[in-house]
Write a new protein. Structure first.
Ligand code: ADP
Length: 375
């Protein structure tokens, strides 16, 4: 049996599928946006993922097409499906990850717990929502946001005037109550086209300036009830939306002990990088298994605690590789993952994973190792 997976997008998520693909003997092909990207090692094509011809030509010789990001337009996805290409996750599921308004509406239909929300077309509607929700609210552009771009806390509709002015036709912005959360969590679930599901342990994610900085797996101080509810939400969304591959559900834990869905990602996700070294089956191998409809691996943790710390920005003067000897010398138990990306302030250029029995010691170790890559 020869299995070929085509990944659209050449970023770090595609890059991190390469090692498990090699290990289990899957041929990985990547359609990269440009030469020299993070996944260049597996790039068999370079081109525009918004162009149906380009993506169809890339897909011709693979068993399944999957993604490094959720931005492939629906008309391109439809062209793939029409041509008989297996696409996982499929276009119908991806639509909910591409558009936060569609996601909110569908999650409401599924009865999922989420922040109060509305679709607003003008300043009056936005101001009415803000006034009805304690004088502050979170405005989001439904499409194209990432790492906190496209998210704004406003007290006055005027603070979103530029986004409102840019709306066209029946365009709407998403507005949500400003959730008083105690922490952010993430629940991942792998699902095969034939239906098998495997939830990962719920994790705590720490964001700084809208960007994920650290992840602790499993989430500390999590009651059995919280763990079960998070898994139930993840499984319910994976089934309800027909997600295939890895699904990540970002959650808020509120001061009154509720879990609310923030957003979804239908691909491997930063909140699951710990699993590369900390789970029996890492999320990148699991994604490949799932999109190929192969039996899923065990998602259980290998250690009581795993901690992932992102390397943000990276050294301005030298390269990450120049820092490796010292990191390896001082932190032999830490696993280093770098993305082959040029450092830019705030940019994710790599991460480190540490694991062990004592959470404080593991956090210290991971932070100390990651800090050696900072400026
Ligand atoms: P992105 O798609 O850019 O990752 P998110 O919707 O995940 O945007 O929002 C980014 C961050 O903004 C979240 O991780 C959270 O810290 C904060 N945030 C988003 N929505 C809300 C909300 N309704 N209430 C409070 N904070 C929020």
């Amino acid at each position: 049996m020869s299995l070929k997976v085509g990944v659209v997008g050449g970023g770090q998520l595609a890059r991190m599928m390469i090692a498990p693909a090699v290990e289990i003997g899957i041929e990985l092909r990547v359609l990269a946006e440009e030469p020299g990207m993070a996944a260049a090692l597996a790039a068999t094509a370079v081109g525009d993922y918004r162009d149906a011809e380009t993506v169809l030509a890339f897909a011709r010789d693979v068993d399944v097409v999957t993604f490094d990001h959720e931005h492939v337009p629906q008309d391109v996805l439809a062209a793939l499906v029409d041509a008989g290409v297996a696409v996982h996750p499929g276009p119908a599921a991806l639509a909910f990850a591409q558009d936060k308004l569609r996601m909110r509406a569908r999650l409401e239909e599924l009865g999922m717990p989420q922040p109060e929300w509305a679709a607003v077309a003008d300043a009056a509607q936005l101001q009415a929502f803000v006034d009805a929700h304690g004088g502050r609210a979170v405005v989001k552009t439904p499409r194209g946001g990432y790492d906190g771009k496209g998210v704004r806390v406003v007290a006055d509709a005027g603070e979103a005037a530029d986004w409102l002015a840019a709306l066209s036709g029946d365009g709407r912005l998403l507005v949500e109550e400003l959730v008083d959360f105690t922490r952010e969590l993430a629940q991942q679930v792998a699902r095969r086209p034939s239906g098998e599901l495997r939830p990962y342990p719920v994790v705590e994610t720490v964001q700084r300036d809208g960007v994920c900085a650290e992840v602790i797996a499993p989430a500390p101080h999590a009651s059995e009830r919280l763990v079960a509810v998070a898994a139930e939400i993840g499984v319910g969304i994976a089934e309800g939306l027909g997600v295939t591959g890895m699904l990540a559900v970002e959650l808020f834990e509120t001061t009154d002990d509720r879990l609310l869905v923030n957003e979804l990602a239908m691909r491997p996700h930063n909140s699951g990088h710990w699993s590369q070294d900390g789970a029996v089956t890492g999320q990148f191998e699991q994604h490949l298994r799932a999109v190929l409809d192969l039996p899923l691996g065990d998602p259980d943790p290998r250690a009581p605690w795993s901690v992932m710390v992102n390397i943000l920005g990276g050294p301005a003067e030298d390269s990450l590789a120049d820092r490796l000897p010292r990191v390896f010398e001082e932190h032999p138990a830490v696993k280093v993952h770098t993305y082959g990306k040029a450092p830019r302030p705030g940019r994710k250029v790599g991460h480190v994973n540490a694991a062990g029995d004592d959470l404080d010691a593991v956090v210290y170790e991971a932070r100390a190792a990651a800090s050696l890559f900072a400026d």
